[in-house]
Write a protein that binds this ligand. Sequence first.
Ligand SMILES: C[S@@+](CC[C@H](N)C(=O)[O-])C[C@H]1O[C@@H](n2cnc3c(N)ncnc32)[C@H](O)[C@@H]1O
Length: 270
Amino acid sequence: MDVTAVIVAASRAVETGGERPLFEDVFAAEFVRAAGMSEAFPVSHAQIGLRENAENLRALARVTALRTRFLDDYFAEVPLTQVVILAAGLDTRAFRLPWPKGCTVFEIDHGSVLDFKQNVLDKADARARCDRRPVPVDLRTDWGGALVRAGFDPEQPTAWLAEGLLPFLPPTAEGRLLDRMHELSAFGSTVAVWAVAADIPGADATVRSTITDFGIDIDQVTNSEPRRDARAHLASLGWTVTESTVDELGERYGRPQRNHPATFFTARLA
Ligand SMILES: C[S@@+](CC[C@H](N)C(=O)[O-])C[C@H]1O[C@@H](n2cnc3c(N)ncnc32)[C@H](O)[C@@H]1O
């Protein structure tokens, strides 16, 4: 199982069990248990409280909560007929969000990740609230072909999501991914992107050291080789890019942050 996807699920489980959560992901803790990683990754504030690096773990959970809620709201604010979640990992939005009738949600990730996720969801008797279609394919290959074979319609506007993906891709694969996404996007399509590779070397010190505490070398699992800025790349293809900061999100959702360095943005092709 992809460990980075499990870390995100653990943080979502923490938020779900907390006071006045920004969202509820009832499957998140089960993913961590099913992956056999409950010892490694705390899934509640009580478990975090027993750790030496509790402050860092709380900081990681806080940012993941803001990111998740912001991207939930992104889907509430854009027109939706078809949605593509690139590197869906253990994202359960297909089961959590109130999708409009007839909306199709494609989830792309490695087959092993999607199979693991399906097993857990089947055991929980989970029911998607949309026409959910998992598409097992490596995003460094011809994923567009696999998406179209799964029923994706390039003539319809699409709401894309790339949450926690770009820092894992080599520069050429990222460039190709953005170009392919553009080719498959009808006018009116939108995309939300959380984190770019350039964030990694200067990643928030707490996030970096928390990942290290988990025994993972962030520089080994990510790729921060220099590349064209994703915002400039999309803008050059005609997308209108809107950026925001984590600190602004903190204010919007009543969870103050100070100088958090993660980059995220939405863009629209009009
Ligand atoms: C940090 S997780 C984020 C998962 C999900 N977007 C979320 O926020 O819950 C990164 C995900 O990217 C996926 N991934 C990384 N490289 C990939 C590739 N080349 N093709 C498909 N999936 C990839 C991993 O399998 C993992 O599920």
